[in-house]
Ligand binder design. Structure first.
Ligand SMILES: NC(=O)c1ccc[n+]([C@@H]2O[C@H](COP(=O)([O-])OP(=O)(O)OC[C@H]3O[C@@H](n4cnc5c(N)ncnc54)[C@H](OP(=O)(O)O)[C@@H]3O)[C@@H](O)[C@H]2O)c1
Length: 242
């Protein structure tokens, strides 16, 4: 399984769980040291690919590493950034480009490379995209992030339809707030935000990384063999509360 953005946060937690369940893992991220250390610490077969998901050559390298590891069976498009917090009308086109090239086009590039190989191998497979409740609501000040995540859900549905006949199941997950570096950075810049987010979450707290990675793992197992084209919301009830 190729896991992008596996150097920390949800991706690192997920890579460890896949490995503990016996799956081979190709861990991808820009920080070479972190991703190499993570891959080296996994109990099962693993490889590290250091690079930017926005570079299509990195997807090609990850596919080659997975094949060398014993076979490609799927992909989790987890790498993501959310670096700008400002109204949509103040967000520059360069900032839009920065976010979309990683969150959307990075996932597109990996999905193209992996999808084509899975079809060719004719043994089925799995793709899971990391969406967000941000793609399902109108959270203010992060328009490019929201749009990238909504687009991933659309990509999920389309690829699920196109790849269903090859038994390649494509789903997305939409976490609410999970305590990771990405969220810490956003909270540091906006201290009142955490309180507001927790107040709107019926469970009354933010989630931890395992609470995002277990449901992703479920989508990768035989238990999810009749689920495709779906977005699984993992948000402590936040969307249900309106
Ligand atoms: N945490 C949340 O509350 C939350 C909620 C909803 C959705 N999500 C989504 O879940 C995913 C993981 O988020 P997280 O909270 O775990 O974030 P995180 O802790 O900031 O980790 C992000 C990961 O993505 C990698 N990454 C970022 N840009 C990259 C690039 N251009 N190329 C390759 N790797 C890149 C980072 O590694 P390097 O810096 O080493 O490249 C890191 O491993 C993201 O897609 C995020 O949008 C998170």
């Amino acid at each position: 399984m190729i896991v992008t953005g596996a150097s920390r946060g949800i991706g690192a937690d997920l890579a460890r769980r896949i490995s503990e369940c016996g799956g081979g893992v190709v861990a991808v991220a820009r920080s070479a040291d972190a991703v190499t250390e993570l891959a080296g610490s996994l109990p099962g077969p693993s490889a590290a690919v250091a690079g930017d998901v926005a570079d299509p050559d990195v997807a090609t390298a990850a596919v080659a590493a997975a094949e060398e590891l014993g076979g490609l069976w799927g992909l989790v498009n987890n790498a993501g950034i959310n670096p700008h917090y400002q109204p949509a009308v103040e967000t520059t086109l360069a900032q839009w480009d920065e976010v979309l090239s990683v969150n959307l086009l990075g996932a597109v590039s990996f999905s193209r490379a992996v999808g084509a190989k899975l079809v060719e191998a004719d043994r089925g497979g799995r793709i899971v995209n990391l969406g967000s409740i941000a793609g399902l609501t109108g959270l203010p000040n992060i328009a490019a992030y929201n749009a990238s995540k909504a687009a991933l859900d659309a990509l999920t549905r389309t690829m699920a339809v196109e790849l269903g006949p090859a038994d390649i199941l494509v789903n997305s997950v939409a976490p609410g707030t999970i305590a990771t570096e990405m969220v810490d950075e956003l909270m540091e810049a906006n201290p009142a935000l955490k309180e507001r987010l927790v107040a709107k979450t019926p469970i009354g707290r933010v989630g931890v990384t395992s609470e995002a990675s277990w449901p992703i793992l479920f989508l990768l197992t035989d238990a999810a063999s009749f689920i495709t084209g779906q977005t699984l919301v993992i948000d402590g009830g936040r969307l249900a509360a309106g």
